[in-house]
Design a protein around this ligand. Structure first.
Ligand code: AMP
Ligand code: ZN
Length: 113
């Protein structure tokens, strides 16, 4: 847990979120500024700064996060979806608690901007 981290505050219930799934280790909630008809984030409750900070001990946790995200996407009606992890400011990371974006429900272009 990190005191001033936005997503740790959501985990602690100090900031409201539209929660789609929660268990002991993971939390999924809708993005507050959706970029697609389906756009939600899946995070570990454990504070991890970003993809570059994932440790060997986190491998199972991040694998579960991926599987759970795909399961929720299907429930949300998005069989086709994009998965995004931003790592670092230049890549667009604005919240430094690792999060997996899942975006779906519309056509996606490639490469991303
Ligand atoms: P990133 O730019 O990859 O760090 O993504 C951070 C995401 O968090 C953005 O898509 C924001 O719209 C989203 N976000 C920021 N604050 C909140 C919040 N309070 N609840 C839900 N999503 C949020
Ligand atoms: Zn955090």
């Amino acid at each position: 847990m990190s005191d001033n981290c936005l997503f740790c505050k959501i985990v602690r219930g100090e900031i409201p979120a539209d929660i789609l799934y929660e268990d002991d280790d993971l939390l999924a909630f809708r993005d507050i500024s959706p970029q697609a008809p389906v756009h939600f984030l899946v995070i570990p409750k454990k504070h991890v700064h970003g993809p570059s900070s994932v440790e060997a001990a986190d491998e199972q946790l991040i694998g579960r996060l991926m599987r759970k995200g795909a399961e929720i996407a299907k429930k949300e009606g998005a069989d086709h979806f994009r998965v995004v992890f931003n790592n670092g400011e230049q890549a667009g990371q604005t919240v430094f608690h690792i999060h997996m974006h899942i975006l779906g429900g519309r056509d996606m272009s490639w490469p991303p901007g």
